[in-house]
Design a protein around this ligand. Structure first.
Ligand code: BES
Ligand code: ZN
Ligand code: ZN
Length: 506
């Protein structure tokens, strides 16, 4: 889908569909929608008066056009209550418009810039939201579909923001669209990786994709470590998880360097390309979606896809320990004790708590080899997080207030929901082992599974400011709840990561 900007009057937009908007409860159209109403000789005001259209958030109504305006059809789009309007609402209603346009098989859709007038957003914010809502809602995973669904998914192929504004405002709109496109394409890139069935997305595939990203930009470099090199680095916990699989593990280290002295951030992503649970095998229904267990590393690769285009002024590292968690004659067994790269040992009580093992080594690597100013990790780590917060919220924990605030505010800006959980000292008892330094699950079944996982990760970041984001819920949509998050991989975290870097580089 292409997002374009056209300077001019809405009435003059020549295309298949023109989208205009209305706040809930208003009795009369104003501004841009008002001009279209006038050109249609009061038709929209009449529909409002007759209460045929209320303006509820995402409500749509197709208005037939005979003359007065150039577009073939007009779509009335509800913006919801004015006092509740924000960028996220702009994203959501843009999704509703695109979905309606798809239903109508519209190729070229023109739209008013939602929220830039009385909505209170600046033109840049509004344009970014429209671009993101449109592109993210327009995404469907059709790689393995027959041609009929593939063709349907191409509508609309073009969304044109039409605005009768001065050159300065147009420049701001264009800049917002550009940022929205970079953010959305990066998230879509991550969605594709997560949606690919795990047999076609083995560790080597992710490593190859990291290489391709590096080739696409002169500012990005990559080092991919193979099994022998991983052994040499002493990543015993990561290797123990990988042991059960016939597909060898890889460790990915991407680097984006703008040059000069700048802040250094490391993103770490959990990269289990399939989580069967290992010998602590998951029940069949829990395994159905476990291709999603590399979503954290997909988020990191998605961020790098975006960095290549954003070119921010910060040094960014992307790390992922990638392997499968499988049962076999070679697999790690409950009761095993593994030694991590920083020398600490972990007793493996449950082989299904594998993410914290691979992350222990990836975080140790970050601290030792990257020495970043900040670490942010994304991991589909615990079912407990989904139980606590549901599918729409990621849980986050950290050791540094300032970084946590920055992450939260970045997430808020892009409409990704994160919720901070506490890390009480007392709960550290739960990760102590009788026979090793730590244990990977608590046998006592005392709850707080997300927190105890976070507490274990904390042991591997030292004093480096760090935020852990458990994306077990929002990385995958069981069904579409948020209108621009279709079923399957969501690309959650990519836009937060890019926004964080954007803000840090200013
Ligand atoms: N990958 C899973 C967590 C998960 C579950 C992510 C559902 C997304 C959706 C993780 O490796 C896991 O299996 N965690 C266990 C830990 C337990 C054995 C302590 C869990 O949460 O049940
Ligand atoms: Zn697991
Ligand atoms: Zn897992």
């Amino acid at each position: 889908m292409k997002i374009k900007v056209q300077k001019g009057k809405l009435e003059k937009f020549a295309g298949d569909l023109l989208v205009v908007n209305l706040f809930q409860g208003l009795k009369k159209t104003g501004a841009g929608t008002g001009a279209v109403n006038k050109a249609l000789r009061g038709l929209i005001d009449k529909l409002i008066k007759e209460e045929k259209f209320n303006g509820k958030q995402g409500e749509t109504m197709v208005v037939p056009v005979q003359r007065g305006i150039k577009a073939k059809k007009v779509l009335l789009l509800g913006m919801g209550l004015q006092k509740e309007f924000n960028a996220e609402v702009a994203r959501k209603i843009s999704s509703a418009a695109v979905k309606k346009a798809r239903e109508l098989k519209v190729k070229r859709m023109g739209t008013i810039l939602h929220g830039a007038g009385v909505g209170g957003l600046n033109p840049q914010e509004a344009a970014q939201a429209v671009a993101e809502g449109s592109m993210l809602a327009g995404y469907t995973y059709t790689k393995y579909k027959s041609s009929k669904d593939k063709i349907q998914s191409r509508f609309p192929s073009e969304v044109v923001i039409v605005d009768h504004a001065d050159a300065q405002k147009i420049r701001e709109i264009i800049s917002g669209v550009k940022q929205g496109e970079v953010y959305s394409n990066a998230a879509i890139f991550a969605r594709d990786l997560v949606n690919e069935p795990s047999s076609n997305m083995v560790p080597k595939d992710l490593a190859d994709i990291a290489q391709t990203i590096a080739k696409s930009s002169p500012n990005i470099e990559v080092k991919v470590y193979n099994q022998k090199e991983i052994e040499k680095m002493g990543m015993g916990a990561f290797l123990a998880v990988a042991k059960g699989s016939d597909d060898p593990p890889y460790f990915i280290h991407l680097t984006y360097k703008p040059g000069g002295k700048v802040k250094k951030v490391a993103f770490v992503g959990k990269g289990i390309t399939f989580d069967s649970g290992g010998l602590s095998l998951k029940p069949a229904n829990y395994m159905e979606t476990m291709q999603l267990d590399m979503a954290g590393s997909a988020t990191v690769l998605g961020i790098f896809h975006g960095l290549a285009k954003l070119k921010p002024n910060a040094e960014v590292h992307g790390l992922a320990a990638v392997c499968e968690n499988m049962p076999s004659g070679h697999a790690m067994k409950p009761g095993d004790i593994v030694k991590t790269m920083n020398g600490k040992t972990i007793e493996v009580l449950n082989t299904d708590a594998e993410g914290r093992l691979t992350l222990a080594d990836a975080l140790s690597y970050a601290v030792k080899n990257v020495k970043p100013d900040a670490i942010v990790d994304f991991a589909t780590l615990t079912m407990a997080c989904v139980i606590a917060l549901g599918e729409e919220y990621a849980g986050c924990m950290g050791n540094n207030k300032e970084l946590m605030e920055k992450v939260k505010s970045a997430a808020e800006n892009v409409g990704e929901r994160v919720w901070e959980l506490p890390m009480p000292e007392e709960y550290k008892e739960a990760i102590k082992s009788q026979v090793a330094d730590y244990i990977n699950t608590t046998p006592t079944r005392k709850g707080a599974g997300t927190i105890t996982a976070g507490l274990l990760l904390q042991e591997f970041v030292g004093k480096t400011p760090w935020v852990h984001i458990d994306i077990a819920g929002p990385s995958w949509a069981e069904k579409q709840v948020i209108p621009y998050m279709p079923k399957g991989g969501t690309g959650f975290g990519v836009r937060t990561g890019l926004e964080l870097i954007n803000k840090l580089s200013k």
